[in-house]
Design a protein around this ligand. Structure first.
Ligand code: AMP
Ligand code: MG
Length: 411
């Protein structure tokens, strides 16, 4: 039997140092042309300037009558009716008005419109309840988006509003950053597929499925590499297979101090390991390497460690690889609803539920923070940054946190 190491040969790096090393290697992967109108979640690779004025002609902002403001309160002869999308045009002369519906182009001669509520129409004549100024209730050229205006900037993640802006401008193809392909390998002789019969003592592979879901949420394309036994050659082949197909490789398990923890030596053999230990809980043995320019993350086996390490270290890299101008989650300050016990030796990222309540961000713990307890992540929308120490933070203390999901509001 080989001897067991008593101390990791890897120096302990801080969370900030680890993040800096990772982000230095996370350059955008390049771009591709895609259909703009279905590009939800994609990151724009170019600025978008408006090719035209929206609206392109002056339009009526309401249902009512188009007229000349300068005619004052004089009753107007009603000479026609204009509808949005209609083809009729009438040129207005002095003391004339035309019915006009919302969105219809203002006719030549008219310089204002009056909403129907402020008028009466009797026997073909229009009576105004108030005087108008030129431009009243007119939707002017370029009012919504002006020609050449910067409508969207490179690095923006497209949501519903951005898709709407592209559609309104008639832009149906865009250049988007490529999504990273991310291969995920589970390791462990004790790890089985969730749909297999589980021998006593074995654990179902939750990490690979949770990580693939997290990769999708981060805008990546997951590639499953299955489960590798704790065998150097099996794991070496699986890693090489992953690197052939993907931009990024994530492994789960096998990075601790056990005699069957083979990932660190393999990554060192195949590429460059930048760090193998972080002063961070949960996830101290998280490892980062590059192999032939591709990013490789060795995440710990315990389910919470694996997913929290992904959130803190891998997700920002995946966002940066796809060109996101703001790859990090927002940092906020929260008020503790419960007392929080720190870890004596390492900064800890505890899972919390953050609610906006009476003007404050209030954090509730998800309960036991054991790194095998996936329920500590259930419903969590934040990670509380608890500095190392011995003293319990009482309820009411203020600590920094990372928002990892939508803030829960009061309604
Ligand atoms: P390791 O870091 O390989 O020593 O794994 C630590 C512990 O994490 C193991 O004892 C398992 O209980 C658990 N574990 C490892 N891999 C997985 C996985 N893919 N899914 C769920 N739990 C795992
Ligand atoms: Mg293992």
């Amino acid at each position: 039997m080989p001897a067991m190491l008593r101390e990791s040969p890897y120096p302990m790096v801080s969370i900030a140092e680890a993040t800096a090393m990772i982000m230095a290697h996370a350059q955008p992967l390049g771009s591709e042309e895609v259909d703009a109108l279905t590009a939800i979640g994609r990151v724009l690779a170019t600025d978008i300037r408006s090719p035209e004025d929206i609206p392109d002609v002056p339009k009526s902002a309401m249902d009512g009558y188009a007229l000349r403001a300068g005619d004052g309160l004089t009753p107007r002869r009603v000479v026609g009716e204009l509808t949005a999308g209609g083809t009729l045009t009438v040129a207005l002369g002095p003391n004339e008005a035309t019915r006009i519906m919302t969105g219809a182009p203002l006719p030549p001669g008219a310089d204002a419109m009056i909403p129907v509520e402020l008028t009466e129409e009797r026997e073909g004549m229009l009576y105004l309840k108030r005087e108008l100024k030129p431009g009243d209730y007119v939707h002017v050229v370029g009012q919504d988006i002006a020609r050449d205006q910067l409508a969207l900037t490179a690095g923006t993640t497209l949501g519903a509003a951005e898709i709407g802006i592209l559609a309104t401008l008639g832009i149906t193809r865009i250049s988007a950053y490529r999504r990273p392909r991310v291969a995920v390998l589970a390791t462990g002789d004790e790890v089985v597929e969730p749909n297999e019969v589980r021998p006593g003592g074995a654990v179902r592979d939750s990490n690979r499925y949770a990580l693939m879901a997290a990769i999708c949420e981060a805008g990546g394309e997951p590639v499953s590499l299955g489960i590798a036994r704790d065998d150097l050659e099996v794991q070496r082949q699986a890693i090489l297979r992953g690197l052939e197909q993907a931009d990024v490789l994530i492994t789960s398990g096998g990075v601790s101090m056990g005699t069957r923890d083979l990932i660190k030596p393999l990554l060192a053999e195949l590429g460059t390991v930048y760090f193998g230990r972080i002063a961070f809980k949960p996830g101290k043995p998280t490892t980062f390497a590059t192999i032939a320019g591709k990013l490789v993350f060795g995440l710990p086996g315990f389910p919470v460690s694996s997913l929290v390490s992904f959130e803190v270290f891998v997700r920002p890299a995946l966002r940066a690889l796809q060109g996101d101008a703001t790859p990090f989650r927002p940092r906020i300050e929260v008020v503790l609803a419960d007392p929080i016990r720190p870890s004596p030796d390492r900064p800890e990222y505890q899972r919390i539920i953050v609610r906006y309540r009476e003007g404050r961000m209030v954090a509730t713990t998800t309960g036991s923070q054991s790194s095998s307890r996936l329920l500590s992540l259930r419903g969590a929308n934040g990670l509380l940054l608890v500095p190392a120490g011995e003293t319990i933070y009482p309820a009411g203390s203020v600590l920094p946190a990372i928002l990892t999901g939508p803030l829960i509001g009061e309604g």
